[in-house]
Structures are given as C-alpha cells and as structure tokens.
Design a protein around this ligand. Structure first.
Ligand code: IZC
Ligand code: ZN
Length: 454
C-alpha cells in the first residue's frame, strides 16, 4: 500500500486535524471515474490484514482543515505526518470502534423540494393505472406543481431541512436537487433559491438543477400547440431568468414519450448551455424515447433512469465512453421498485460496455419517496445485479462525477474534501446487505463531525 501525504501543516493556527482510528476497514474508492471491470475496485484497507483495528498497521484516515491529507497504516502515517511538519497533538481522534469508513454518499438525482404528497397514486397504480396515464389526467407531477406553487419559501425550506436530515442520517453528504415543480419562472426561481440556501447552510452540500421541462403545465395544456408554446417559454423566459439568478448549475429535461420529445429536449439543453448551464436528462425512464442517444450527442454529464434505452442508445453511450467523453448512466432502482415495474435498467450491459454507472435515490413524492442511498444500493444489488462494491462505487465516486464534482468529493484521497461516514458494520459489503437498518454511526463533512449517534 502506498502512503501519500499532502505536504503542509507547519505553523498553521487552528482548526485542528482529525485522525480516524480503530476502523475495521477503510474503503477509499480512490482512482477516478470507474467503468467496466474497474467499477468493482474500491480500494479496501482492512484491519484484519493488519492484526486488528487497534494494531499499529491498522488503516487510519487523516484530515486537515477539512481536506483528506492521507489514508494508510497508523504507524507509518503518524511518522510521515510528523516529518511533514504536522503536530500530532493538533489532531482530534475519532474512534471508529471496529466500524467501516467510506466516502460520504453522493446522491446525484433528487427532487428535494416540493409540497404535498401523493400516496393516493400508490393505490391508483395498484388498481392498474399507469404513471403517465395519471399525469395525462392532470395528476402526478401536476398535483405536486399545484401544491408547490401555493407553498411559501419558508414552507419549502422547512420541508427541505426535514428531508436533508433524513439523507444525512443515511450517510449522504452531497446531493443534486432539481426544481421542476413550479413550471413558471417565479416558482422555479423560488425552488432554486431555497435549494441554494439549504446547501449554503449545510451540512449537506447541494448542486441545484433547473428542471423547467418536467411537464407541460396546466395553463398550456388547453392550447392546441401547448407543448411547443411551453418549450418556447422555457427558452425565451425561464432560462434567461434562471441564468440571471445564478443558482442553477445544470439544466435537466424529462425526455420521455408523454413529456418532452428528444427534439424539444435538445433545443432546451442547447439553449441552456448557451447560458452556461451543463446538461443532464431524464432519459428513457419508461419507454425508449431517444434520451440516451441525445445525451451522448450533446455531451450531457449524466443520463438518468435508462430503464428502457434502445439498442442504439446503449451503443451511443458505449461509443461516447470509449472516446473519452463518457456520459454517466445514473440509475435509479428505487423508482422502478416503487413503480412496481419488472423491467430494470440493463446495468450489467452498461458495465460490460464500459459505461460508468452511478446510482441515486430519485427522491420525489410520486415515484420514489425514499431519501435513503443505502436502500437504493440494496435495490441496485437485488434488481440491477450490481455487486456490493460496484454499488458503493456507483453511490460515491461515479455519482460525484455525474454531478461534476469528481475532483472534489466521492473518494478518500489526498486533497479531496474530508467527507466520510463511519458505519456500524465491519465491512462496506454489509451496507446493502442490511436493508432499511440505520447503519450510520458518524458523519464527517469537510472535516467536521456533523452527526454522531455515539
Ligand atoms: O413527481 O413524478 N419521473 N419525474 C419524472 C418524476 C418521475 C417525479 C414525479
Ligand atoms: Zn427524476
């Protein structure tokens, strides 16, 4: 094992460093975006190999001023830290007590902010109604839009806080959060402003995404050319307003039969990129809709869902990956589960063809009311056939790349943010193995303990 220490530390004032000791296992997930067979490589440092969690050569994690400075065997690491001028007395010690340390989980696809709930749709679907059928009848997304338009920024903020706490309790330290329940400029801006404020307040960091193209709103539906007129209003009115506000980093579209066509999606995403917004899209969630092809064509960072891509779409993603312009396939297995679908994203085919795979919760009130990344990891193993190690890669480093933060978070490597979780299990392979258990003991965000269950 090589020990790499970021030099520095001499003479700095507080805050002190942080040294995590006593772990049964430290899983760094270091080494960049993973595709193909490498998606199963997590870089696992085990105390069992060293003679136990308290042995001199057991793995420890060292952080300084919010950044990882080294991961490695304790005795070597302490020596190197001192020789680099760090005073060991200025490191607080955190005892992992035989638990596992992993990078903080990254949720690359959430609809965090909304008002109301949609438990009635669960029963409608049990009686045979389809998701798109409920939307076409004015329910689904549109019922959440009505509730969200009526909600104040304060109410949205309180709702967001509640669910962010839930996410943190399941080990998530960074998320992407979409607007998309306003579908008018004022409400979309309110959602993006609240997402920004919540992220600034922390501890979970939030990357806001503009999703004006989530559905055609009611006021356009009665017109014969409603969808087209709404697309024009996104391009001519919403995008300039969103860009002027300066909060959104991404633009997303629901590219799906019954929502927006791939041609409409292309026009919106290209216009958005003219305003400096990076592209991502809801692609082929229910039926092949040209989403995967479009993502590869325009160089989206991420194509999400992909439960029903065409063969041409899979090939387009494989070619993009082979040419070094990979689109991350962000799979959302909790959604297919909650929609009671028995067709799943072809995750094994993506991995075989060298397409990097991430997973997210898709937290939203209609199709995935869960904020738990570990639950998404369990379903990814059971329904998509990911191994537990592939699921961890998908929920950390690949998810970080899917939201453009692959150089900053998602692995425990020198120079990256000190975002990590101490789990109450001796190996990360048990994280997806105990579904719905509360396995998180401690969460550290940028070097600070932000959750400690003792
Ligand atoms: O509110 O139904 N698929 N958007 C696209 C969703 C699901 C969220 C919702
Ligand atoms: Zn979504």
């Amino acid at each position: 094992m090589t020990l790499r220490v970021i030099p520095g530390g001499r003479g700095e004032a507080a805050p002190p460093g942080l040294l995590v000791v006593g772990a049964a296992e430290v899983v760094t997930v270091g080494g960049g975006l993973r595709a193909g067979a490498d998606q199963n490589e997590v870089a696992r440092l085990s105390a069992a190999d060293a003679g136990g969690p308290d042995a001199a050569s057991a793995p420890v994690v060292a952080a300084w001023e919010g950044r990882i400075i080294a991961v490695g065997p304790r005795s070597d690491l302490e020596k190197v830290l001192e020789s680099e001028g760090y005073s060991l007395g200025r490191f607080a010690r955190l005892d992992a007590r035989g638990g596992t340390v992993t990078p903080g989980l990254v949720d690359p696809h959430t609809h965090l902010l909304f008002a109301g709930s949609r438990e009635d749709e669960l029963e409608l679907r049990q009686r045979g109604a389809g998701y798109m059928e409920i939307l076409a009848a004015g329910g689904g997304i549109l019922s959440t839009v009505a509730a969200t338009r009526a909600a104040s920024a304060e109410a949205l903020h309180a709702h967001g806080r509640r669910w962010l706490d839930e996410m943190l309790g399941h080990g998530t330290t960074t998320i992407e959060a979409k607007s998309g329940y306003g579908l008018d400029l004022a409400t979309e801006l309110r959602l993006l402003a609240v997402a920004h404020e919540l992220g600034k307040a922390g501890p979970i960091e939030i990357v806001p995404t503009f999703l004006g193209a989530h559905a055609v709103p009611p006021e356009y539906r009665s017109r014969p050319d409603g969808a087209e007129a709404y697309v024009r209003s996104i391009i001519d009115e919403q995008l300039p307003g969103v860009a002027a506000q300066g909060r959104a980093r991404f633009c997303d579209v629901f590219c799906e039969e019954g929502a927006f066509t791939s041609d409409q999606s292309r026009r919106i995403l290209l216009a958005a990129s003219g305003f400096g917004l990076l592209s991502r899209l809801h692609a082929d969630e229910l039926v092949p809709s040209g989403g995967a092809e479009l993502a590869a064509e325009i160089g989206a960072l991420s194509a999400d869902h992909l439960a029903a891509p065409s063969e041409a779409g899979i090939t387009a993603l494989a070619e993009a990956a082979a040419e070094g312009r990979a689109v991350v396939a962000t799979l959302l297995p909790a959604t297919t589960w909650f929609l009671m679908k028995n067709h799943h994203a072809p995750a094994r085919r993506f991995i075989e063809r060298g397409i990097p795979v991430a997973i997210g919760t898709d937290f939203n009130p209609g199709t995935s009311p869960t904020a738990s990344m570990p639950l998404a990891m369990t379903i990814a193993c059971l329904s998509l056939g990911l191994t537990p190690d592939e699921a961890l890669v998908a929920a950390t480093i690949n998810a970080a790349y899917a939201i453009g933060l692959g150089d900053e978070i998602g692995s425990l490597e020198g120079g990256k943010a000190a975002d990590f979780v101490i789990w109450n299990v001796p190996t990360s392979r048990q994280i997806p193995y105990w579904p719905a258990a509360d396995l998180v003991r401690t969460v550290v965000k940028r070097g600070r303990v932000v959750l400690d269950r003792g």
